[in-house]
Design a protein. Structure first.
Length: 131
C-alpha cells in the first residue's frame, strides 16, 4: 500500500540521517585518536603517557565496536597497490627500497566495514614514500 511504501521511505531516510550523525561522531573520535598519536612522543611524564595510551585504546575499542578498524601499510608497500594511502612527503631512494614504496608511516588510516560487505575509508593512512 501507499502507507507501507511511505513508511519504508521514511525508515530509509532515518537510517541515512543516523548514518550522517554517526559518521560525524566517528570522525571526531578518529581526530582525537590522531591527535593523541601525533603528540604522544612529546610527553615525558610516564604516568601521563600511560593515561594517554589507555584513553587511546578505549577510543579504538569504541570504533571497533562500531565496525571501524585502523590500518597502516607496511614499510616497503607500493602506495599505488593499496587504497586509503595518502602520500605526504618523500624520502631519498636508498638501495634495496622501491620507488613509491612506503618509507615512513605518519598516521593510521581508518576503514568502516558494513554488514553487507562494503568498506569505506574514513581517514587515509598518511605516509612518506621513497622517490
Amino acid at each position: 500500500s501507499i502507507v507501507d511504501q511511505k513508511n519504508k521511505d521514511l525508515d530509509r531516510f532515518k537510517k541515512g540521517y543516523d548514518l550522517v550523525r554517526l559518521r560525524s561522531f566517528v570522525l571526531n573520535i578518529i581526530e582525537a585518536i590522531s591527535f593523541l598519536q601525533n603528540r604522544k612522543s612529546e610527553f615525558t611524564d610516564e604516568k601521563f603517557t600511560s593515561y594517554v595510551n589507555a584513553y587511546e585504546k578505549q577510543l579504538l575499542k569504541i570504533l571497533d565496536d562500531l565496525g571501524i578498524q585502523s590500518f597502516i601499510p607496511k614499510v616497503g608497500d607500493i602506495v599505488t597497490d593499496f587504497e586509503g594511502i595518502e602520500v605526504i612527503g618523500s624520502t631519498p631512494l636508498k638501495e634495496g627500497s622501491k620507488l613509491n614504496g612506503v618509507s615512513e608511516i605518519l598516521s593510521d588510516g581508518f576503514i568502516m566495514n558494513f554488514q553487507d560487505g562494503r568498506k569505506e575509508i574514513l581517514k587515509t593512512s598518511q605516509v612518506n614514500v621513497y622517490k
